[in-house]
Ligand binder design. Structure first.
Ligand code: GCW
Length: 677
C-alpha cells in the first residue's frame, strides 16, 4: 500500500501547555458510545493525545469522576455545534448531536496541537453554513479532471476503493467540518454513468457508511441521460412518464443499497452534457423531476448553474459568456422544489484569479443557493505555484449583492439603508431566505500523492475551505496560521514566514498572469502557463479583445450589458470606468493602453510593472522559504522547494510573454526601459 501523510492531523509531540492534566481521560454522558461517530471521536481523541502528549487515555465509564474531557448531551446546542468549557479541571464538551462531539473533539485536539492552554476555555461554536462540501472531479478509471496531485483515491480501474486512506480522508474532512462529499466528476460519462447500478452499489454502501461515521453524507454526480444510456426508455425528457418511472425505480434501488446517500449533483446542458433543454424543458423541470423522487429518502438535488454556450463565434461581440448563468436561471427563480439547491460558481466565468461575484447570488430571491469555489488550482497554478485562495473566498462571501434592498434602483452605495442580510455569505448560509438547503462547496484539490495536494502548501486550501465554510467569521490570516501550526510547525519563524507567503500569494500570482480582471491568457485546455491569444479565436467565449489600441471586454450598457445584471449600486459602479474597482477594470471595460489608473500609471505601464513585480515577489518567497531549511520536515522542505523552482520558471514565462505580446501589439515602450523581447 502506498504511503500518505496525515496533513494537519500529524499529532506531533508538542509542549503540553498544562493540557496533559486536563486531557487525561474522557467521559461520556447521554451519548451512545457504540454510535459510529462517537466511536470515531473517541478513537481520534485517544490517538491525538497519545501522539501529542504521549498519554494513553481511555474512555471512562459514564459518571466516573476525575479530570479529563467530559462529553455531555445538551439539547439546546444547535445542530453540529458544540460548546467547550473548562471548569474545575474538567474540560466539558457539550453538543446536541454526535457530529457536534466529533467537531468539538477536533477543536480540542487543534488547541493542543497549537500548544494553547485548555484551561479557562469557553468556546461556543456552530456552523455558519448548513452544507459544507468537497466536490471531487474523479473519474472511475482513476484519473481526475483538473487534478494536480496524482490519481483518484476513490476510484481505480473502474472500481471503487474503500480502505484506510478513505478513512484518513474522512478524518481530514471531518476535522474541518465538511459534512458532504461528491466523489465523482460532474462530467458523468462511460463507467461513471453505471455508478447507480448494481455493479457499484455494494461498494457505495460501504463507502457511505464509512463517511457517515464522520458526519459526512455521500453524494453522486448524475448523468441526466442515464435512462437512455443504461438501457431504459429512449428519452430523458423529465415530462415523459416512462422516464420518471425509470428514475423512480432507479432511485429506490440506489437508496435501498445506500441509505445514507445525501442526493445527487447534476451538470446539465453544459459543455456537451445532456439536460432538459434537449426536450424544450427548463432547468427547473429537470431538477424538480429528480427532487420529487429523492424526497422520500431525505435526498437533495444540487443543480449547477454553469450553463453557457461553449460553441460561440469569436467574431460575435454581443454574446457574453459572463451573462449566461444569470440569463439561463433568473427566469426560473421560485420554480424549484425546496430540496433543490442551485450551485453557483463564485464568478460568472470560470474560477479565474480575479472575477466579480456572480450576479445570480441574491438576484435569485426564491431559490436555494450554494456557492461553488475551486481549490483545485485549475487556473491558479496547478498546485505547482503557491496560491492561497481563502482571501478570494472571503471576498466573495463579503460581497454585498444589495438584492432585496428597497432602494436598489436609486441607491448610491453610501446609504445606510443597505439590507444587512444580502451579502453572499448571508445568501448561502440560508440567513436571507431562512432555509437549511444552502451552503458552500469546493472543487477539491486532493489526489493519491503522498501529501494529498501536490504542493504541501496547497494543503492550506484543503484545510482552509472547510474551516471557512464552518466558521465564516475567521479571517484568512487566522486560518493560514492554524494550518501552518498544525501541518508544519509551531516555530514562530516558520509561522510568520509561511503566513506571509500564503497571504501574498494570490496577488503575486495575479501580478505575473492576467491583469486587471481580464482573466484567461492561459495555454488552451491545459490551463497552466501563458498563451495570450490562446483562446482569443476559439469557441469558448473567453476573450480579452486586445488590439493595437486597447484591451478589455465592454460589458457596460453599450457593450454586452452584463454589468446591469447586478443590483444597484453595483450595476452603476461597474458600468462606469471611473468607479469600477480597478482590479476588475478590464473585465468590464475596453480601454486604451494609455488610460490612466488611479495610481497615475497607464494600463500598459501597469501591465509591465505588475509582471516584473510578480516575478520579483516569487524570488522573494523562495529566499524566505530557503531560510526554513531544518525548521520544517525535510520532505516538506524539498517538496515546496521543487514547486517553487517550477513556479519561478512559470512566472518568468508569463512575464516575458505577456509583456512582449502587449509591447508588440501597442508599440509603447516600458518607461523604465527593462528588458522586453
Ligand atoms: O472550468 C471548467 C473545466 C472543466 C470542468 C468545467 C465545470 C468538470 O475546464 O474541466 O468540467 O469547468 O466546472 O464543469
Amino acid at each position: 500500500m502506498e504511503k500518505w501523510t496525515q496533513g494537519w492531523l500529524a499529532y506531533r509531540p508538542v509542549k503540553e501547555a498544562g493540557n496533559a492534566q486536563l486531557a487525561g481521560s474522557m467521559k461520556l454522558t447521554g451519548f451512545d458510545r457504540e454510535h459510529p461517530i462517537v466511536q470515531n471521536a473517541v478513537s481520534e481523541f485517544c490517538r491525538g493525545i497519545k501522539g501529542m502528549l504521549g498519554i494513553s487515555t481511555v474512555l471512562a465509564c459514564s459518571g466516573e469522576p476525575g479530570k479529563g474531557v467530559s462529553v455531555e448531551r445538551r439539547q439546546e446546542i444547535p445542530a453540529e455545534g458544540y460548546h467547550i468549557q473548562e471548569t474545575g479541571g474538567v474540560v466539558n464538551l457539550y453538543a446536541s448531536d454526535e457530529a457536534g462531539i466529533l467537531y468539538g473533539i477536533f477543536h480540542i485536539l487543534r488547541l493542543i496541537a497549537m500548544e494553547e492552554a485548555l484551561a479557562g476555555i469557553d468556546a461556543a461554536c456552530r456552523p455558519d453554513n448548513p452544507l459544507r462540501m468537497y466536490d471531487h472531479w474523479d473519474n472511475l478509471d482513476g484519473s481526475i479532471e483538473r487534478g494536480y496531485s496524482g490519481n483518484s483515491f476513490f476510484f481505480q480501474d473502474n472500481k471503487i476503493l474503500v480502505n484506510e486512506r478513505t478513512r484518513d480522508y474522512c478524518r481530514l474532512a471531518a476535522s474541518v467540518g465538511i459534512n458532504g462529499v461528491v466523489i465523482n466528476n460532474v462530467n458523468v460519462k462511460e463507467a461513471a454513468t453505471w455508478l447507480i447500478t448494481e455493479r457499484y452499489l455494494g461498494q457505495l454502501g460501504k463507502m457511505a457508511e464509512l463517511f457517515a461515521g464522520y458526519g459526512i453524507r455521500l453524494f453522486l454526480s448524475l448523468n441526466f441521460a442515464a435512462p437512455i444510456e443504461l438501457g431504459g426508455p429512449d428519452s430523458a425528457d423529465p415530462f415523459d412518464g416512462k422516464v420518471t418511472d425509470w428514475w423512480r425505480q432507479k432511485i429506490a434501488q440506489v437508496y435501498e443499497a445506500v441509505p445514507e446517500l445525501g442526493g445527487f449533483l447534476v451538470k446539465a446542458d453544459s459543455e456537451g452534457r445532456p439536460g432538459p433543454f434537449t426536450y424544450g424543458r427548463t432547468q427547473a423541470d429537470g431538477a424538480n423531476m429528480l427532487a420529487d423522487l429523492v424526497r422520500p429518502y431525505g435526498g437533495i438535488i444540487l443543480w449547477r448553474c454553469f450553463v453557457y454556450n461553449c460553441t460561440q463565434d469569436w467574431r460575435d461581440t454581443k454574446t457574453d459568456r459572463a451573462r449566461a448563468a444569470y440569463d439561463n436561471f433568473i427566469g426560473t427563480d421560485g420554480d424549484y422544489r425546496d430540496n433543490v439547491i442551485l450551485q453557483i460558481k463564485n464568478g460568472p466565468m470560470d474560477f479565474q484569479i480575479r472575477e466579480p461575484v456572480s450576479p445570480l447570488f441574491g438576484a435569485l430571491q426564491k431559490t436555494n443557493q450554494m456557492l461553488e469555489v475551486q481549490i483545485a488550482q485549475e487556473y491558479t497554478g496547478h498546485q505547482i505555484d503557491v496560491c492561497y485562495l481563502v482571501p478570494m473566498f472571503k471576498e466573495a462571501l463579503d460581497f454585498n449583492t444589495c438584492a432585496g434592498c428597497p432602494s436598489r434602483n436609486t441607491c448610491t452605495g453610501d446609504a445606510a439603508c443597505c439590507d444587512k442580510r444580502s451579502t453572499v455569505a448571508d445568501v448561502v448560509s440560508g440567513r436571507t431566505m431562512h432555509n437549511r438547503n444552502a451552503g458552500l462547496c469546493a472543487v477539491c484539490n486532493t489526489g493519491s500523492d503522498e501529501n494529498w495536494t501536490g504542493n504541501d502548501l496547497a494543503g492550506a486550501n484543503f484545510y482552509g475551505f472547510g474551516r471557512l465554510a464552518y466558521d465564516t467569521g475567521l479571517t484568512a490570516a487566522e486560518i493560514a496560521e492554524e494550518w501552518i501550526r498544525l501541518a508544519l510547525s509551531n516555530d514562530r519563524e516558520v509561522v510568520d514566514t509561511v503566513r506571509r507567503i500564503l497571504l501574498t500569494s494570490r496577488e503575486t500570482y495575479e501580478k505575473y498572469t492576467s491583469p486587471l480582471g481580464i482573466g484567461w491568457m492561459v495555454t488552451p485546455m491545459l490551463h497552466y502557463g501563458p498563451s495570450v491569444d490562446g483562446y482569443e479565436y476559439s469557441r469558448w467565449g473567453t476573450y480579452h479583445r486586445a488590439d493595437w489600441q486597447g484591451i478589455g471586454v465592454d460589458r457596460t450598457k453599450q457593450g454586452t450589458g452584463y454589468a446591469q445584471q447586478y443590483a444597484n449600486p453595483n450595476a452603476s459602479l461597474y458600468d462606469c470606468a471611473e468607479t469600477c474597482p480597478e482590479e476588475l477594470l478590464l473585465f468590464f471595460h475596453h480601454l486604451p493602453y494609455q488610460y490612466r489608473l488611479r495610481s497615475g500609471k497607464t494600463i500598459i505601464q501597469h501591465i509591465y510593472d505588475s509582471h516584473f513585480e510578480g516575478v520579483e515577489e516569487v524570488e522573494e518567497m523562495i529566499a524566505c522559504w530557503k531560510k526554513l531549511a531544518g525548521k520544517v520536515e525535510e520532505r516538506t522542505f524539498e517538496n515546496v522547494s521543487e514547486r517553487f523552482a517550477r513556479q519561478l520558471e512559470n512566472a518568468r514565462e508569463w512575464r516575458d510573454q505577456v509583456n512582449t505580446c502587449f509591447y508588440r501589439k501597442c508599440g509603447i515602450p516600458d518607461e523604465k526601459g527593462r528588458q522586453i523581447y
